[in-house]
Design a protein around this ligand. Structure first.
Ligand code: MG
Length: 255
């Protein structure tokens, strides 16, 4: 049985692997995480809509719960959003709703963090979000600043299944308050994280397999790029692999 499952994985040149709901849930490592990481060896990149941590921080957190994933194997929505802004508008004045770690990272890559006259408002998972920050961001957007939101997720499930607010919910608040009709989204299902992940692996998306729990983000994004998608429920990766691949118009297809 194990041999058969390994053979299924050997059909892909590389893997993009989601974190929450796939390898971990909160601080709990899910059942097949160690098995999967052992199987894929060096052929994977973690691709997550996490917009609170830097790869270095997240790597340390995961090590504490027994998962060894080096920072260079991570593509995260928050730091990717900052990199995307810095590349397109070097030295941009950014009003950043974000964690202290993300603020430090923004400065390191040459962005100027401002409260007024921002060129860009970037919304990430900001646990210190307040009415005042909302008002500042709304004013900037109403004055013409570009609005970028790290990921579309409005919440993720907490340890007891309760909703934990995500960057997408804060982004909607800023857009509504500032009167923005639309805004740019960086995280899954948009293509950027998938493309960066594949580039890091040196593979074409059509040769890769996305392994994740969310059909709307992991699945839709992968399929849009012609990449296979394996949907995992409750971290049961081996069970998902053992299922016959559903028809392509359904949730998943193994490449
Ligand atoms: Mg997930």
């Amino acid at each position: 049985m194990e041999g058969d499952l390994s053979a299924l994985l050997s059909g892909a040149a590389g893997f993009l692997i989601d974190l929450d709901g796939t390898l971990v849930s909160g601080r709990t490592v899910l059942p097949d995480a160690h098995w999967l990481l052992q199987e894929v060896g060096e052929r994977f990149v973690l691709v997550s809509n996490n917009s609170e941590h830097t790869p270095e921080q997240l790597s340390r957190h995961l090590r504490q719960i027994g998962l060894q994933i080096p920072p260079e194997r991570m593509v995260l929505a928050g730091t990717t959003a900052l990199g995307h802004i810095a590349k397109g508008q070097p030295g941009a004045r950014v009003l950043l709703l974000g964690s202290p770690a993300l603020r430090a990272h923004a400065r390191q890559i040459g962005l100027e963090l401002v409260e007024d006259h921002a060129d860009v408002v970037l919304v990430t998972r900001d646990r210190r979000f307040t009415y005042q920050r909302l008002a500042q961001a709304a004013r900037a957007v109403a004055s013409g600043a570009r609005l970028v939101v790290a990921c579309p997720d409005r919440n993720h499930p907490g340890p007891r299944g309760q909703p934990v607010p995500e960057a997408g919910a804060l982004g909607l608040a800023v857009a509504a308050a500032g009167g923005a009709e639309r805004y740019e989204i960086i995280g899954k299902p948009e293509p950027l994280l998938f493309e960066l992940g594949c580039a890091r692996l040196g593979i074409a998306p059509s040769d890769g397999l996305m392994i994740g729990d969310n059909a709307e983000t992991d699945g839709a994004g992968a399929l849009r790029l012609g990449m296979g998608f394996l949907q995992v429920r409750k971290g049961l990766i081996r069970t998902a692999l053992a299922r016959p691949a559903p028809a392509p118009h359904q949730e998943a297809a193994i490449a």
